[in-house]
Design a binder for this molecule. Sequence first.
Ligand code: NAP
Ligand code: FE
Length: 387
Amino acid sequence: MLAKRRKVNFSYVPSKIENGEKVNRIYLPVDICFGEKVLNTNGDAICGLGQKPMLVTGKKSAITSGALDDVVSLLKSSDKEYFIFNEITENPDLDTIDRAINLFVENKCDYAIGIGGGSPLDASKAIALGAANRLRAKDLYDVANHHQCYPIIAVPTTSGTGSEVTQYSVLSDNEAKKKAGFTSFLVFPIVAYIDPQYTLSVPPIVTRDTAIDALSHLLEGLYSNTRNRLLFPFIYEGIKLIVHNLKDLLGDLRNLDLREKMMRASLYGGIAIAHSGTTLQHAIGYPLTSELGLSHGMANGVAMKAIMELFYPSVKEGLDEMFRQLNMSKEEFYDWLDSLDLIYDGQITEEFIEAKYDEVMQSRNMGNNPFEVNAEQVKEVYRKIGR
Ligand code: NAP
Ligand code: FE
């Protein structure tokens, strides 16, 4: 049984986990439990991290996936009290997080269990951190406010974000129509319970888009100026798992073996961005989601080819090794991407580009690009999107 902890205050937080050419570091304070029925066999932390968890979910997927049932069964078998907050929508917004923080405190919860796709997982991080420091959601963006955090457990039901192993949470400010993430080592989940069975119910479009999000993370592990060679074997393996299996999975959605492969790829992608951060690939997608409503994975996917072309000369060695391992040329890889129909069905107008390029330039993940990307290059990538 894991020790009970009311609030987590890591005594050791690395000042830098990035590396440069000579030094590579891996720091990942998450107990990663992966496999079928993992909650049945290794679920101790569900009841053991505190007195009363808040279960943070969306409206339906926690139920459809079977994950909520499994968590609640464990809690009931230990006579544990719990509180369910099931109002998390896609791209969780600040107002919802504020409501949940208040309920967490009022109901005297002392740990959070996020169950769902990246949206509920990111929300559980924001709620646990917000409640522990008595913050409004908008104040989560200032790291000076991050002193402690209630423990978090993550139970993913999509294979995409890797949020179960990252120190990031991405929130949306619906008023400002802006999407932005915050980073805190305090929000690394204490335990991640990753069971591919929970993804069997994911519909086809979400299956495709989330896989493309995972692929973005893996590619960004090669693009980032803090890319980490210790992680390259995971990154190449994750990319191969997606490129070799996604199309088969889209034709056979209930295939658990293929779901397992996708979930492993997503985990590797999460581990990659936990170390190397995301890049222009993500920064360019946020306005496509907040303004045009593209899903997170689709927003990454529509720009993937243009960004790979832009970055290729700077990260040629890593990408050529990827193509070699995939047994594909760059053009064949692009053909595979095209075959997924990742196309925005509208037009990216010059008005949109003029209104949004600066938001992209200001995004913190722009600091991770392999070279300093300028405004004109951002605009050019936008011009290549759409029919
Ligand atoms: P999501 O927004 O969590 O969920 C998308 C849709 O899929 C929702 O309608 C959800 O239903 C449904 N769904 C989820 N699991 C399902 C299942 N097993 N069966 C049936 N339907 C299911 O999607 P996501 O792509 O996983 O997460 C995207 C969010 O994560 C974005 O906000 C993105 O910015 C963020 N993100 C975070 C990180 C990080 O490191 N923290 C990295 C990348 C992306 P319900 O609404 O009913 O739940
Ligand atoms: Fe992502």
